[in-house]
Design a protein. Structure first.
Length: 147
């Protein structure tokens, strides 16, 4: 069964996302970033180029010809074909307001909930969605230095 990790009280959601992606890559996991809203996919793409001072986090869009060989993929929408390499990623990092429709195809889902009240409400809805379906959820309070 898919394991779910919630990282809450994030001061900067995308900064936390980059740290978590870096950790996943150190563990040799492939990561799918689900970012369907507005310019979120472009923002995370730009940040992944500069997140680490001495290197970058190798990534591309799910529809890129290099997607099968790239450890971090960015999906800007939910329209993923059945044969998409994105669906075989170990870790799904969700940057959407809602739960991704294909989340159960991944071993692990990472949810980042900012300290902002409006985004916290969306995070609570996602938490309830997973909990009501019986998924085990681990919580990490970033205000206490977890990540």
């Amino acid at each position: 069964m898919t394991s779910i990790d919630f990282y809450f009280n994030a001061a900067d959601r995308l900064e936390v996302a980059c740290r978590l992606i870096g950790k996943a890559l150190q563990r040799k996991n492939r990561v799918l970033i689900y970012a369907p809203q507005g310019d979120m996919a472009q923002r995370i793409d730009r940040l992944l180029w500069t997140a680490q001072a001495v290197s970058f986090l190798p990534h591309c869009a799910v529809h890129d010809p290099l997607a099968a060989e790239t450890p971090v993929l960015i999906a800007g929408d939910a329209a993923l074909p059945e044969a998409s390499p994105a669906l075989s990623c170990d870790v799904l990092l969700n940057l959407a307001d809602d739960c991704p429709p294909f989340f159960e195809r991944h071993e692990r889902v990472l949810e980042i909930v900012p300290a902002d009240a409006g985004e916290r409400q969306a995070g609570r809805a996602r938490f309830k969605f997973y909990r009501d379906r019986g998924y085990q959820i681990r919580n990490h309070d970033l205000a206490k230095g977890a990540a």
